[in-house]
Write a protein that binds this ligand. Structure first.
Ligand SMILES: *Cc1c(COP(=O)(O)O)cnc(C)c1O
Length: 365
């Protein structure tokens, strides 16, 4: 028997949202009729500025990318009013999470996170052999976080705002009140994968990375191009922190971790913020339709500050059955059974796609 890292025995292989190809293969549905509402991508795709730049620059794929990431870092530094040295770029913010775990954790470490939150925090912690402490509440209850922090003195605290897969956001005020009480030597990860949405919905949810890291030098803010910017397939995310945190992370980063055309896409995407705003506006118009529809059929949902809505199923309905039935007609949603919830998470789609989902659910009632 070949022996592998023993910590891996405690990890289940992560199952990501199902791809369109799977539905085409398994159910023989034409890909044009499949709607993907499982991975929180932007239903409007990417900005035309980006797709045009990719087409014009595709020939550059033979070249290794600029490993200093000069332009992207310059543009992100400008956008967030931070120094280039306060940035790290990952193949998705997922990879930045991996860097953080590899640089910080070992078998004697402990991490603290919400009971229901982004699965990768736990997976990377387990890979490092760290112990995981979770709260027992669905939403981020910061007073409980504080109690557990005092009891366990974790090495990393993960805060996801807005949280995936529940969609609720924390106000800047309550986050800062919490951070005020944490020792400066405890690393805190603030995952803002959906921050563009939350901030648009309610300014009190806005966490500005510059203000965050100036006030709390023990924090790292994570952002991504995968959601509002519509570049999920390009895999670009970033971390913003003081150089004391960024420097060790750079030591575990492999060279050329952002592909040439991915980097170019992110640079171009930053030139078209208008596309992002329009996508977010459309998202919340559709969100209201979801809320109205769910009230009509009497299903409860979590008020969301993101581009997805989490619906908890009433008695007599099983999230696995519902998601399978939707899948058979070409609608991919995320079953949250794996999180211990009888709930589904649905990415807000385009108007016509949402209408089709509503009609399909009505038929299932
Ligand atoms: C989507 C997501 C990410 C990271 O996505 P990448 O595509 O790896 O940038 C990180 N955190 C949360 C909560 C997410 O939902």
């Amino acid at each position: 028997m070949i022996k592998f890292n023993e910590h891996l025995e405690n990890i289940e292989i992560y199952e990501a949202g199902k791809p369109i190809e799977l539905v085409v293969r398994d159910f023989g549905i034409n890909s044009a009729n499949v709607i993907k509402m499982a991975s929180n991508e932007n239903p409007f795709g990417m900005s035309p500025v980006v797709s045009q730049a990719i087409a014009e620059n595709s020939w550059k794929g033979y070249l290794y990318p600029d490993d200093s990431m000069f332009q992207l870092k310059k543009d992100l530094a400008k956008k967030f009013n931070v120094n280039e040295k306060e940035l790290i770029i990952g193949s998705g913010s997922d990879q930045v999470l991996e860097f953080i775990a590899r640089a910080k954790l070992n078998t004697s470490s402990t991490v603290l996170m919400n009971k229901i939150t982004f699965a990768m925090y736990g997976i990377y912690a387990k890979q490092s052999g760290a112990s995981i402490i979770k709260t027992n509440s669905l939403y981020h209850d910061l007073s409980q976080f504080l109690d557990l922090y005092r009891e366990y003195k974790p090495d990393i605290i993960y805060i996801c705002t807005p949280n995936n897969p529940t969609g609720e956001a924390i106000s800047q005020e309550s986050l800062f009140n919490f951070l005020d009480q944490i020792d400066i030597n405890t690393l805190i990860v603030i995952d803002g994968a959906y921050m563009e949405y939350a901030k648009y919905l309610n300014q009190s949810f806005a966490i500005e990375p510059k203000e965050l890291i100036e006030k709390y030098p023990n924090t790292i803010y994570l952002g991504t191009f995968s959601k509002a910017y519509g570049l999920g397939g390009m895999r670009v995310g970033y971390g913003i922190a003081k150089t004391e945190i960024i420097r060790p992370l750079l030591k575990v980063r492999p060279p050329f971790n952002i592909a040439t055309l991915s980097m170019l896409s992110a640079i171009e995407a930053l030139k078209d913020e208008d596309f992002v705003i329009k996508s977010i506006q459309a998202n919340f118009i559709e969100m209201e339709r979801y809320e109205k529809f769910l009230r009509e059929i009497g299903w409860s949902y979590i008020k969301s500050a993101t581009n997805f809505i989490t619906i908890s199923l009433p008695d007599g309905y099983n999230s696995t059955t519902i998601s399978d039935k939707l899948l058979q007609v070409g609608i991919i949603v995320r079953n949250l059974k794996g999180y211990g919830l009888n709930a589904v998470r649905i990415t807000i789609g385009k108007k016509e796609d949402n209408s089709r989902l509503f009609a399909t659910i009505r038929e299932l009632l």
